[in-house]
Design a binder for this molecule. Structure first.
Ligand SMILES: [Fe+2]
Ligand SMILES: [Fe+2]
Length: 298
């Protein structure tokens, strides 16, 4: 996708307008329920990380529902830690010349993410008494010029947001899931659809011409780095503590078995990551010629 400067500024102006028209004040918008039963669905059963494997087949409905609680807490915790990282990363880029056309929008971006982080954290504390920690890949050691640094940062944000959005959309529409959880997913997806549109525009605009502007080895380094980021993002969905909280004997063993299961790998590449890999391939941020073969052993 080629984006001219006029298209770029027009689309960002439209996103600013939408953020202002649809601005909500999340701190007072929800009627927080007293509690949510472990006999409810917290995420759709088909979205469970055990889906399509013997772990799912062997579980009772009660066990699947209990796991759905902890998978929901894991997804929401990943939002909290991911949004925290995102806000600090975007804040560092405010007022940089390369992003001057996007500067107004970046303020809305931070404002919206701050509200999301607040309600996801409150949800986890209210209904589970904790937020799961998440070790993010330390990949800031790459020596990059300002353009590549911005591209890598927003590519990471795009990966994180697209994966989260996949779950938000499905859960918001699933009437088996507890209505309050659906409402949170619905609220989040409304803001996130704009963030993802922004990410697509920004990456397409800034990545235009990178194959002429940089030598192949630099682009290969970026590609390797982003593949690693995708892999870590996928692995974070399989939190060992979540399996232990749901009553599995060994969280680590469940996680390794699931990450190497062909049905799960197929789901990642063909479904969950489909849009992410397409955009990163189209913009030459990941190399197209090699297929995505994640190394889950590392
Ligand atoms: Fe968010
Ligand atoms: Fe977002």
């Amino acid at each position: 996708m080629s984006i001219t400067q006029t298209m770029y500024t027009d689309r960002i102006a439209k996103l600013v307008q939408l953020s202002r028209e649809r601005h909500v004040f999340s701190f007072t918008r929800f009627d927080w329920v007293d509690d949510i039963s472990e006999a409810d669905w917290w995420v759709s059963p088909e979205l469970l990380t055990i889906y399509g494997t013997p772990y799912y087949e062997q579980a009772t409905e009660a066990q699947r529902k209990l796991l759905s609680k902890w998978e929901c807490i894991n997804l929401f915790s990943l939002n909290v830690t991911g949004e925290q990282e995102l806000i600090s990363g975007v804040a560092e880029l405010l007022h940089t010349p390369m992003l001057k056309e996007a500067n107004d929008y970046l303020h809305h971006f931070i404002d919206e993410e701050n509200q999301h982080m607040w309600y996801f954290a409150k949800f986890c504390e209210n209904y589970a008494g904790k937020i799961y920690g998440n070790k993010k890949l330390q990949i800031t050691t790459l020596k990059l010029d300002p353009r590549l640094a911005v591209l890598v940062r927003f590519a990471q944000i795009f990966i994180f947001e697209e994966v989260g959005h996949y779950y938000n959309l499905k859960i918001a529409l699933d009437d088996r899931v507890h209505p309050f959880i659906r409402e949170i997913n619905e609220a989040h997806r409304n803001d996130e659809s704009r963030h993802i549109t922004f990410g697509r525009i920004l990456l397409a605009r800034l990545a235009e011409g990178i194959t002429e502007d940089y030598p192949p080895e630099v682009l290969q380094t970026i590609s390797n780095h982003l593949r690693k980021y995708v892999q870590v993002t996928i692995e974070s969905l399989y939190n060992p503590t979540m399996y232990r909280d749901a009553g599995f004997a060994s969280g680590i063993a469940v996680r390794s078995a699931l990450l190497s299961h062909p049905v799960r790998q197929e789901f990642h590449t063909r479904e969950l990551l489909k849009k992410v890999l397409a955009l990163l391939g189209d913009t030459n941020l990941i190399q197209k010629e090699t297929s995505f073969e994640p190394d889950y052993q590392s």
